[in-house]
Unconditional design. Structure first.
Length: 100
């Protein structure tokens, strides 16, 4: 009879331990699910930021190119003006005034 009691007690202890381990495993699965969801959301935010950075860089590059073209045009215009005599510059200015 004492063997039966010991066996029942052991079986109850094993079942209790199994329930405890199953609950802990479920808790770990939930933690993993939350962590994976957080990682997915962070990855999405990273992709959005990377896209915004790339767009900003393209816009910056376009502005820098426009600035460079403007600078080159200004330098070319200054060279043209320096190459002409004062009388030629006056005539050019008069022609431009007549066009306006």
């Amino acid at each position: 009879s004492s063997c039966v009691c010991t066996a029942k007690r052991d079986a109850a202890a094993i079942e209790s331990r199994e329930r405890t381990l199953n609950a802990a495993a479920e808790g770990k699965r939930n933690q993993l699910h939350k962590a994976m969801k957080g990682l997915e959301e962070a990855s999405q935010r990273h992709a959005e930021v990377a896209t915004a950075v790339a767009t900003t860089q393209r816009e910056h590059d376009a502005v820098a190119e426009e600035v460079e073209r403007s600078r080159e045009a200004l330098e070319a215009r200054q060279e043209q003006l320096q190459d002409r005599t004062p009388v030629e510059r006056l005539r050019g200015g008069l022609r431009q005034l007549r066009r306006e």
